[in-house]
Ligand binder design. Structure first.
Ligand code: TYM
Length: 333
């Protein structure tokens, strides 16, 4: 039986952080043996915020290096740059004819961007979910490993797939589902309790895969906590739940359970918990940081990976676009 197709992407807009790792990359690594995986650097997506042309290449290389340092094997998956597949913008154009201004204006991530960059509300921002749908549908993927913040975009990709199929009368595109490793999609909050960890906001409350030991220690020690619970087995405030989640993801199980027990018995000392979490986090991030730094020194190797990845991905995207053109009626000779 042929393997199920998986697609996911990461924008090249800044340093990757724990949210990217636990929301997405960790699942890529789990999936690479069992699925037919297409993972890409979403460089076209990053253009919505008008990055400095000189910054694009190092940002793309860093995303590639950090994915590999996290355990992704470019021999097992197609790892490529979005802009290396001309079929993606072609499908994007086709899908734009089936996407409506009203539905695009309602997307929460669009509204956020309008708030954050009121002077640059470009059409690329508005049609961001359409480009994302094209990224996924170009390989006719069925599973998409992403963090919680991307769930709504996935729903739109399903709508566009469905609309295309209905319009042209065949089940050409499968409706892609969010891949969940253990039921829930992950959301890593920022350490100050304000929103999610993000590449471009709240740098002091975000742990990057590139942070050195001391920076990690400082950021964790500054994480928001409170006086602790006064009733046994209290519900955790979300910023405390986030610290426990990070501990669960990086510390040995017995350490996590001890602190959880302390919380439930109302004798938690957050200072001690943060000290412990900082050390476990350092042990977790350090090998990734060191490996990624090494990989970035060999530009030729990264170029080879991107070229090979694009070649693998193009075989599948060319087939999809040929099929889509035919269905639309673009076959003149
Ligand atoms: P991006 O680049 O913002 O993030 C990459 C991946 O990391 C996840 N993520 C998080 N997960 C949990 N907690 C967080 N704090 C957190 N922050 C980020 C994201 O959910 C994502 O999986 N639009 C996408 C890129 C994209 C894409 C695609 C993804 C473009 N085309 C097609 C999948 C399929 C984005 O901006 O991700």
């Amino acid at each position: 039986m042929s393997k199920e197709i998986v697609v996911s992407g990461i924008r090249s807009t800044g340093y990757l952080h724990l949210g990217n790792y636990f929301g997405a990359i960790q699942n890529y690594v789990h999936m690479q043996n069992e699925y037919n995986c297409y993972f890409f650097v979403a460089d076209y997506h990053s253009l919505t915020t008008h990055p400095d042309p000189k910054a694009l290449k190092p940002n793309v290389y860093r995303v590639v290096a950090e994915n590999i340092a996290s355990g992704l094997d470019p021999e097992k998956v197609a790892l490529y740059a979005q802009s290396d597949l001309p079929e993606i913008p072609e499908l994007y154009l086709m899908l734009n004819m089936l996407a409506y201004k009203g539905e695009l204006e309602k997307v929460p991530t669009f509204k956020d961007k309008v708030r954050l960059q009121p002077d640059n509300v470009n059409a690329g921002l508005l049609t961001y979910p359409v480009l994302m749908a094209a990224d996924i549908l170009i390989h006719r993927a069925v599973k998409v490993p992403v963090g919680k913040d991307q769930e709504q975009h996935l729903e739109m990709a399903r709508n566009f797939a469905n609309r295309f199929n209905t319009r042209y009368g065949v089940e050409f595109f499968p409706e892609p589902e969010v891949y969940r490793s253990n039921q829930e999609t992950v959301k890593i909050m920022s350490l100050d309790g304000n929103g999610k960890m993000s590449k471009s906001e709240n740098a002091n409350a975000t742990i990057y895969l590139n942070d050195d030991d001391d920076t990690i220690r400082k950021k964790i020690m500054k994480a928001k906590t409170d006086q602790g619970p006064t009733e046994p087995n209290s519900e955790m405030p979300d910023y405390i739940r986030n610290l426990f989640l990070l501990m669960k993801l990086t510390a040995p199980t017995d350490v996590y359970e001890t602190f959880l027990g302390n919380f439930n018995n109302c004798n938690i000392r957050y200072g001690d918990m943060k000290k412990q979490l900082a050390e476990d986090m350092i042990n977790f991030v350090r090998p990734i940081r060191e490996h990624a730094t090494e990989l970035q020194k060999d530009e030729a190797a990264i170029q080879r990976i991107l070229r090979n990845g694009a070649e693998k991905a193009r075989a599948s995207s060319a087939e999809t676009i040929a099929g889509a053109r035919k269905l639309i009626g673009i076959n003149y000779y």
